[in-house]
Unconditional design. Sequence first.
Lengths: 319, 319
Amino acid sequence: MDKKELLACHERIKPYVHHTPVMSSSLINDQLGCSVFFKCENFQRAGAYKIRGATHAILHIPEGRRKKGVVTHSSGNFAQALSLAARSLGIPAHIVMPETAPSIKKAGVHTYGGTIYECAPTVEAREAMSAEIGQKTGATFLHPSNDDHVILGQGTAALELLFEHPGLNAIFCPVGGGGLIAGSALAAAYFGKDCAVLGGEPFEADDAYRSMLSGTIEGNDTVNTIADGLKTVLGDRNFPIIQAHVSKIVRVTEMEIVEAMRLVWERMKIIIEASSAVTLAALIRDVSDHPNHYKGKAIGIIISGGNVDLDKLPFQKLG
Amino acid sequence: MDKKELLACHERIKPYVHHTPVMSSSLINDQLGCSVFFKCENFQRAGAYKIRGATHAILHIPEGRRKKGVVTHSSGNFAQALSLAARSLGIPAHIVMPETAPSIKKAGVHTYGGTIYECAPTVEAREAMSAEIGQKTGATFLHPSNDDHVILGQGTAALELLFEHPGLNAIFCPVGGGGLIAGSALAAAYFGKDCAVLGGEPFEADDAYRSMLSGTIEGNDTVNTIADGLKTVLGDRNFPIIQAHVSKIVRVTEMEIVEAMRLVWERMKIIIEASSAVTLAALIRDVSDHPNHYKGKAIGIIISGGNVDLDKLPFQKLG
């Protein structure tokens, strides 16, 4: 996964993904005392950055095998992204989802042409059914975050952000399965000028924070967080990259997540999901802890997605 | 209000307003069978197009008098816009608001530096207090929609849209007090190529629809609509322009407004207020009534604003 491969990945997926805009808010800049550049992957196809990695991973499957399709287990944005990427490339996508997955997520997969297979809501059941589908159909299994091609693909959002704003002093990413932050860390290492990479994570699912401390991949006993995209744990492909290149994981409370989400919705008029708000919340907390460190700096934030259930918004609970 | 004046207005307000982006959605285009270009004034300063007209009107007050400030009565976006425009130009803004106005609206005016004066919730009380403040302070009264300079200013959103997409076949605007649609109609008449202008209005506040039929300015007995920016009635400055240049007012139900709002929030990931959703709802209804008329056409939509109260969203009621 060197510099050349990241650039080649970007060129290769370009026809299949949006080049998303970078937005800013003078109010947020004034409030934080630094310039914040939001890379808006909520405007990406299927509403999240995941299509970048999904497309890149599919393109790396040799053509004969590629025709037989792809299979994954995911209840979130990767399921929708893989379905849409597969459709764009003319191949079938088999999506294993727990029978308990919200109907809105199933509808999303259905919209983008994926075939849903329901299974019991356990990791074992998901893995068994994915393997079975792979054997039956010849479809290639793709992991949402622990795959080199996926990691490189996810890194292209930060790459585009750095092309537009080469002087960024830091980039903040949410940390779920680790694909986005690992890819962003590679992009910053290769194309940034002393550009630090920091992660945002809920206190309620702080496995990456603890993994960085212990040096081994840690799990979560409970995941009582509104940031439903960040409940997953790191993998052996992305963790070493994160260890090498990510300077800090900043943890935030559920209240801080909802407040950051409200700030963006109200002031920037864009819809971001809770998992994306974690990243701004982490920046706000770190600026509050180290104000001098951020004064006048240029900070990038990857807004990872905008897929929310409008029937279940968190704002009223605060009021 | 000729072509030259509209261009001069645009040049004059440029330093004080955002050039907002134009967005589109392939899903909405596929659904409607035409290409829809959304002019995103929800990203405008103070969250709505109103700052365009407010700024232009202030700039036309002779300098000696301008210093004494401006006064208006408004409980909506114009109050915030005038406050911000006045602050940008270094003069005071006096805003008369009914004591019943939601605290979120008062907070908005306060944020942008306007001084709030509370009065009884009647038109007479608002007008009396505005006149009194004008006499006491020397502030110039500005009407939110029935003022030539305001009308020209509001027309610059459609002007920018036409500069980017000169081949538009039609532009849809919401119709409240009539300033936006009158200004847009002038822009389309001067810079469009056979570009029709259509209005969107709630059935529950269809004064403009009835005014077009009767040929005189009609009022509303009741205004039970979620589109709180469209409860006002036309004025003698903008009505003749609307009569001359607007081809049709399309009325929509409250359910259609909420569905259009949900469509934009879910698919485009941008926050638009109900008054803006009226415009898309009107297009959807007119396409449904006259599908052949719209096939393959290029349609502009002015998204007028994005100021919503996140504690009072309409989506759950539908579910």
